[in-house]
Ligand binder design. Structure first.
Ligand SMILES: [Zn+2]
Ligand SMILES: [Zn+2]
Length: 403
């Protein structure tokens, strides 16, 4: 053990879960039609609408299936006449207004299960409160059960809904406990919070340049402050190093090592300082962290927010952290999130990423959010059958199965 780097990502106590559920609250894409391999246990939100009307037993272990009652039950009054059944053999009234909406950003709820015990963690919160809250309502998210909100990195398309998420968690917890004494939801953040981030439109991005003359910037909006998150009812927990949360059901990384030659961050990315009133170049987004969980007989599930460190660097670090190959179930089973391979300067990295991903060979990938269709199609062509849509409203249920 003496050869480890002092800040190396390690998760020695990470629990081997019986099952992990991933519920996609915000993603860029709406896709409830594309087929998905059975061992990812996918139920799309649209399917759950179908099932609700037909009263099918979805048999989801200890987890209640996310029924959506609102419009269906309001429109199809049970008992009296039942308009639906009068239209031939119609069994389902499908209301498109109930389907979750896509938005540029990411938010995924994780539910880990071990020996009948359950922990819920929210990974990112999407770009703004309206989309986060509306989709969460349509998915009937149980806010009172969310224990930790983990922010992958300080970018507004991930942090924009965070204040609203904290408020909803706290409100739901207080309601359930019917007192103000509810323990606060933990907000797990990297301590290096920028005031704001954005892109410099002038190339190359000038270090420390002020917004004057021909230099133009696109600002993405203010990041929520630590004090605002505390005021909303959260308990801020600042973590720059790898650690586990929720009885070690989940691991959150520290700094992701940059090893590949081509994953060189985000060109023209800049950071605003409120105190000096200046933008400064920041190609590497060093506060980004990944989340990892493991499911018995399936392997490791990796959530990556935007992969500004590079999705290959992320996967290689996970493989190193878990010493892949030493245990049969410590391979990467599922890589989920933004691979950030969209945009002219990023798309040049697709071929090398695909080549290295073939080496890593996760059983499945769900490149969502900022991955872009070129990267998705290149991965699908090279690794046919291993790529699935992320898609808002998707509900993956990855469970241990006796072989
Ligand atoms: Zn980002
Ligand atoms: Zn993003």
């Amino acid at each position: 053990m003496g050869t480890q780097e002092p800040n190396e990502n390690q998760f020695p106590d990470l629990v081997e879960l019986d099952a992990l559920r991933l519920t996609v609250i915000v993603d860029n894409e709406v896709d409830f039609m594309t087929s998905v391999p059975n061992d990812l246990g996918l139920t799309t939100q649209a399917q759950s609408l179908f099932k609700d009307r037909r009263h099918l037993d979805t048999d989801r272990s200890t987890i209640p299936s996310g029924h959506l009652h609102t419009h269906l039950h309001a429109n199809a009054t049970e008992g009296e006449g039942d308009d639906v059944s009068k239209r031939g053999m119609t069994t389902v009234d499908f209301n498109f207004a109930d389907v979750c909406c896509g938005a540029h950003g990411l938010s995924i709820l994780l539910t880990g299960i071990k020996d009948g015990k359950e922990h819920k963690v929210l990974f990112d919160t999407g770009p703004h409160s309206a989309i986060f809250l509306e989709n969460a309502k349509r998915l009937e998210i149980e806010f009172e059960k969310i224990e930790v909100i983990v922010l992958s990195h300080w970018h507004v398309d991930h942090s924009g809904g965070m204040l609203a998420a904290v408020e909803r968690c706290q409100h739901a917890r207080e309601q359930q406990q019917q007192q103000q004494s509810a323990s606060p939801v933990v907000v797990d953040l990297h301590p290096d919070r920028p005031d704001e981030r954005g892109i410099c439109l002038t190339k190359p991005s000038p270090p420390g340049a002020t917004a004057s003359g021909a230099i133009e910037y696109v600002a993405w909006g203010k990041e929520p402050t630590f004090s605002a998150l505390e005021s909303a009812g959260g308990k801020v927990s600042k973590n720059a190093k790898a650690h586990t949360i929720c009885d070690s059901f989940f691991g959150v990384s520290g700094t992701i090592p940059r090893n590949t030659a081509y994953e060189t961050g985000l060109p023209n990315h800049v950071r605003w300082s409120e105190s000096t009133k200046t933008w400064s170049a920041e190609q590497e987004i060093m506060d980004e962290r990944y989340l990892v969980a493991r499911v018995r007989s399936k392997g490791l599930i990796v959530l990556t927010g935007c992969s500004h460190a590079g999705v290959i660097n992320v996967c290689q670090d996970v493989k190193r952290a878990f010493g892949a190959g030493k245990k049969t179930d410590d391979h990467i089973f599922f890589v989920v999130g933004g691979f950030h391979l969209a945009g002219g300067s990023m798309e040049t990295r697709i071929q090398e990423t695909v080549k290295d991903m073939k080496e890593i060979n996760p059983a499945y990938m769900a490149p969502g959010h900022c991955s872009g269709w070129r990267a998705k199609s290149a991965l699908e062509n090279a690794m046919t059958g291993q790529v699935v849509s992320l898609g808002v409203g998707s509900d993956f249920f990855i469970t241990h199965q006796e072989s």
